[in-house]
Design a binder for this molecule. Structure first.
Ligand code: NCD
Length: 360
C-alpha cells in the first residue's frame, strides 16, 4: 500500500502513466463508471478549499464510489484535541482511501504513517501540494504537447506557495527544463526546494523581480496568489499583495504559444480580461485536476489491493537527536511525535525534518 505525500513519491514513469490514464478517462469516461463501486473516499479538510476538495469528490463519484468527510477543522474531533495519528486510524475504519488538507506542514505524512488505507496529501501548510501538480502536469502536456524542453516562469509567492514547490520538484526530472523564478525578495523559493532540488541536480534557473522582463522567454507562466493566511506580519502582506498583476498589455510581451497556469483561487494577480486569451489555461487546468485525481485514486486503490501492507520508510541517514524549530511543522503542535531528521547533505552537515523538510 502506498500513499502520496510528495510528488517525488512517484517516478517519472508513474507520472507519465497517470497522465496516460487520465487521457484515457477523458476519451472513454463510460469505461470507468463502476471502477470504484463500493469504495469510499474520505476527504479530511482542515483548511478551506473549493477546487481540491470538490474535484476529489467529483472524481470519486465519477468512478462509481462514494464520499464521506468534513470541510472544516471545527466540525471534526481535531477541535477537541484529537491527534492526526488517531484521526487517521479512525478514518481507516470507515474509508478505503483518504485525502487530507491541513495547515501544518507534514500533517498528511503523519496520517500516512498511521493509517491502514492510502493517504493523499491534498495540501499541507506551505510545504507540498502533489495533486495540484498532477493537474498542472496534465495541463502542460495537453496545452504544450510535451513536458520537456520548456522554460517555465513561476511568479508571485514562491516562499509560501506549496503548489510551486511540488511543480518544481516534478518538472526538474524532465529533460531540457529551465526555470525563471519571479518574486519579490521576501517571497523567494525556500531552501528545501532550492538546495534539495535545483542546486543538487544542477537544474538551470534564474531569479528576477520583473515579470515584464521575464515574459518574452517563457513557454509556461505559472502565476500564484500571495498567500495572505501564511504571513506572520499583516503589514508585510499589505506591502507585497499587489506585487504582480498579469493584464492584457503584459500578455503582448509573451510568446504566441505561451500557456498561463494558475492553481486558483486568484485574487487580483490575473486581470479578468486575460481569461479570454486562448493562452489562459487555468480553467482547463481545474478540470484536468479532476481527471488526474481519478487516475490517482484508481492507481492507489489497485496498489492497496495488491499489497495491503504499509510501505516501509527509508531508514537510512536518520537522526533522532535534533529538534525542529519550524512553528508550522506538525511536530510543533503534536508533542508526542518523535523528532526525526534525515541527513540530506553529509559534507555540508545538512539535516532536514522528515515532516516539514526545514533544516535543523
Ligand atoms: C492552492 C492551494 O491550496 O495551495 N489552491 C488549490 O489547491 N488549487 C493555491 C492557493 O491557495 O493559492
Amino acid at each position: 500500500m502506498r500513499s502520496l505525500n510528495s510528488i517525488l513519491d512517484l517516478s517519472v514513469e508513474e507520472l507519465d502513466g497517470l497522465i496516460a490514464s487520465a487521457k484515457d478517462i477523458i476519451a472513454h469516461p463510460e469505461h470507468y463508471w463502476d471502477a470504484c463501486k463500493h469504495k469510499k473516499l474520505a476527504t479530511l479538510f482542515f483548511e478551506p478549499s473549493t477546487r481540491t476538495r470538490l474535484s476529489f469528490e467529483a472524481a470519486m463519484l465519477e468512478l462509481g464510489g462514494s464520499v464521506i468527510g468534513f470541510s472544516e477543522a471545527s466540525s471534526s474531533s481535531a477541535a477537541k484535541g484529537e491527534s492526526m495519528a488517531d484521526t487517521a486510524k479512525i478514518l481507516s475504519c470507515y474509508a478505503d482511501i483518504m485525502a487530507i488538507r491541513h495547515p501544518k506542514d507534514g500533517a498528511p505524512y503523519v496520517a500516512s504513517r498511521n493509517a491502514t488505507v492510502p493517504v493523499i496529501n491534498a495540501g499541507d501548510g506551505m510545504h507540498n501540494h502533489p495533486t495540484q501538480t498532477l493537474a498542472d502536469l496534465l495541463t502542460i502536456s495537453r496545452e504544450m504537447g510535451r513536458l520537456n524542453d520548456l522554460t517555465i516562469g513561476f511568479c508571485g509567492d514562491l516562499k509560501y506557495g506549496r503548489t510551486v514547490h511540488s511543480l518544481i520538484e516534478a518538472m526538474s526530472r524532465y529533460p531540457g527544463i529551465k526555470f525563471v523564478l519571479i518574486s519579490p525578495e521576501e517571497l523567494k523559493l525556500p531552501g528545501f526546494v532550492r538546495f534539495n532540488i535545483l542546486e543538487k541536480h544542477h537544474i538551470p534557473y534564474t531569479e528576477v523581480t520583473s515579470l515584464e522582463d521575464a515574459l518574452p522567454e517563457l513557454d509556461v507562466l505559472y502565476m500564484t496568489r500571495i498567500q495572505r493566511e501564511r504571513f506572520d506580519d499583516p503589514w508585510q502582506y499589505e506591502r507585497l499583495k499587489d506585487s504582480y498583476v498579469l493584464d492584457t498589455n503584459k500578455m503582448k510581451l509573451a510568446k504566441e504559444k505561451m500557456s498561463v497556469l494558475h492553481p486558483l483561487p486568484r485574487v487580483n494577480e490575473i486581470s479578468v480580461a486575460v481569461d479570454d486569451d486562448p493562452r489562459a489555461a487555468y480553467f482547463r487546468q481545474a478540470l484536468n485536476g479532476k481527471y488526474m485525481r481519478m487516475a490517482l485514486i484508481l492507481m492507489l486503490l489497485k496498489e492497496a489491493e495488491r499489497n495491503p501492507e504499509r510501505e516501509e520508510i527509508d531508514t537510512s541517514n536518520l537522526r533522532y537527536d535534533l529538534v525542529c524549530h519550524n512553528p508550522r511543522c506538525i511536530s510543533a503542535t503534536e508533542q508526542e511525535l518523535p523528532q526525526i531528521f534525515r541527513t540530506t547533505d553529509k559534507a555540508a552537515d545538512i539535516h532536514r525534518c522528515i515532516y516539514c523538510e526545514q533544516r535543523a
